[in-house]
Design a protein around this ligand. Structure first.
Ligand code: NAG
Ligand code: NAG
Length: 215
């Protein structure tokens, strides 16, 4: 039975039960090296017909990104839904163990939106999507990561172990999910707001202390 359960966990990914929370707090960045990051590593993608300052601001170290569901895509040739996202450049990767850290904030009312993603996969566009639906953080639309996240800061750590095809999601220093990745040979991190299904008209997320780590 035990072996079967472990095999199931390995193949499907596992959710870490809430009861384990109290003793599960760790520093996800232990053993990792922080990489230098400046504003030049942050490329803002926003609806192509709108000036950047109408969808993005940086004040007191807080990146605020917002978008409307009626906005245009980020380029005239794109067929994707509206987004205002920061694409991290300079650290595209294809092997090794990489980590994104950031303190996120989602105002009440923002829903149906991806607020952070690991780009690059086989048969999908992404390896990981962190989405918000109705005040809850989700892995894509399939698994609840944390409820009641409106109007408060949360700390997000995403570890992508390319060599072992694994993604681990930590929220507030607690492991919430460990799942297989989606393959692919080139990856990078993005955060902000990218419209998904059942979205609100207005979507916003804010981020501070964004860091990239490598093992
Ligand atoms: C969020 O609420 C809307 C409206 O009630 C509903 O259509 C949608 O399915 C919900 N989303 C999730 C992921 O539960
Ligand atoms: C939510 O989105 C799904 C998929 O796009 C759609 O089928 C469904 O009707 C939507 N629900 C609402 C309440 O808008």
């Amino acid at each position: 039975m035990r072996i079967l359960a472990i095999l199931l966990c390995l193949s499907l990914g596992y959710l870490v039960p809430d009861q384990a929370d109290a003793q599960a707090q760790i520093d996800p960045t232990e053993g990792f090296t922080s990489l230098p990051l400046t504003q030049s590593n942050f490329v803002v993608q926003r609806p192509y017909d709108v000036p950047v300052d109408q969808r993005y601001s940086l004040e007191d170290g807080v990146h605020k990104l917002w978008v409307l569901d009626t906005d245009k895509p980020h380029s005239p040739t794109s067929q994707t839904k509206p987004r205002t996202e920061i694409r991290i450049t300079g650290y595209d990767y294809s092997s090794g163990v990489w980590q994104f850290e950031g303190h996120g904030y989602v105002p009440s009312g923002t829903t149906g939106v991806c607020i952070m993603q690991v780009f690059g996969a086989v048969g999908h566009a992404t390896t990981f999507m962190l989405r918000v639906y109705n005040g809850t953080l989700y892995y894509y639309r399939s698994q609840v990561l944390l409820e009641n996240i409106y109007d408060r800061l949360f700390k997000l750590n995403v570890i992508h172990d390319v060599d072992n095809s694994n993604v681990k999601i930590f929220i507030d220093d607690q492991l919430r999910l460990s799942v297989p990745d989606h393959g692919g040979a080139s990856h990078y991190f993005k955060f902000g707001v990218y419209t998904q299904d059942n979205s609100s008209h207005y979507m916003e997320s804010r981020w501070r202390d964004v860091k990239i780590f490598k093992k």
